[in-house]
Design a protein around this ligand. Structure first.
Ligand code: TYM
Length: 313
């Protein structure tokens, strides 16, 4: 039986944090053998916020290094950058002509970003339809993501169903895969870890940078267990081990933070070493090959779409 298809994407908008890793990328890696996986660095999505061309191009290359370093094996997956397959932006336009403005206005991610003071550009507003195009071009079954992307996958399902209803069966309706335990990885202040909240622990930071972030975790002086430290520690160690560690060091927040730094470093240092061994040329070659494979699927789907909607001759 053919493997089910998995598609997911990440924005090349700067340094990865451990929320990206535990919330999504670790799951991406775990699916590689059992599913037909396509992973995409969504540079056109990042254009909604990153306006410096050199930075965007560099982030894309660095993002590919990150994905390979966390364990995504390019020989077993398709790994590419979104802008290399033009059908993504083309299909997004088709969906934008199908859905209404009030429908897009319900997007939580858009509302949050505007509330945080980001410029309300039209790309940011239409963002869910570009993401729907990413997913639907490849007949995706599952989309592994953190909880913050749940509504975006619902939007993709809606776009598929609207199109199929209007033009005939064309797109498969995808389903999100969200792991409950890591659906929302908390940051150093206990809120969702997010670059825009300034509460991140960098995934590929040096040991010193990781230590600085961990030492800044907000602790509550009234109790005996630093809950924000424990919440991050749960990503790394089983509950029984943590119970005895936290019992032994009750009230000693410094020792518990130091234990967390060691545990994070043990996971991160092999990935950091792998990352340092990758050259720009290595990853450019991976992206080029990935884009060719992705384009062969996307172009066939788009030919069908163009025929159905009545564009071209
Ligand atoms: P992005 O680039 O913001 O994040 C990449 C992945 O990391 C997850 N994530 C988290 N998970 C748990 N806890 C956190 N604190 C946390 N922070 C980030 C995100 O849920 C995501 O899975 N719109 C997407 C990119 C995208 C995409 C796609 C994803 C574009 N097209 C198609 C899937 C399929 C985004 O901005 O992710």
């Amino acid at each position: 039986m053919a493997k089910k298809r998995v598609f997911s994407g990440i924005q090349p908008s700067g340094t990865l944090h451990i929320g990206n890793y535990f919330g999504a990328l670790k799951q991406w890696v775990s699916m590689v053998d059992d599913f037909d996986c396509i992973y995409c660095i969504v540079d056109y999505h990042a254009l909604t916020t990153v306006k410096d061309p050199a930075q965007l191009r560099n982030n894309t290359i660095e993002g590919a290094k990150d994905l390979i370093a966390v364990g995504i094996d390019p020989s077993k997956t398709v790994l590419f950058n979104q802008s290399a397959v033009l059908e993504h932006t083309e299909l997004a336009w088709v969906f934008e002509c199908l859905v209404s403005v009030p429908f897009l206005m319900q997007a939580h991610a858009y509302k949050d970003k505007i509330a945080k003071g980001l410029e309300a550009n039209a790309g940011l507003f239409n963002y869910p339809m570009l993401m729907a195009a990413d997913i639907l071009l490849y007949d995706t079954d599952f989309v592994p993501v953190g909880a913050d992307q749940r509504q975006h996958v619902e939007y993709a399902r809606e776009a598929a169903s609207k199109f199929n209803h209007m033009y005939g069966d064309t797109f498969k309706e995808p389903h999100e895969k969200i792991l409950d335990a890591v659906a929302v990885v908390p940051g150093t202040d206990g809120q969702k870890m997010s670059k825009s909240y300034g509460n991140t622990i960098p995934l590929f930071g040096s040991t010193d940078e990781i230590a600085r972030s961990v030492m800044s975790i907000v602790t509550d002086s009234s109790g005996t267990t630093p809950s924000n430290v424990l919440a991050i520690h749960r990503l790394l160690k089983p509950e029984e081990e943590l119970a005895s560690l936290y019992e032994k060091n009750m009230g000693n927040y410094k020792a518990l933070k130091e234990a967390l730094i060691d545990d994070l470093d043990a996971v991160i240092s092999p990935m950091r070493a792998k990352r340092n061994a990758l050259s720009d040329d290595d990853v450019k070659a991976v992206l080029t090959e990935g884009a060719e494979k992705a384009a062969s699927i996307a172009s066939a789907k788009m030919r069908d779409v163009r025929k159905k909607i009545g564009v071209g001759t």
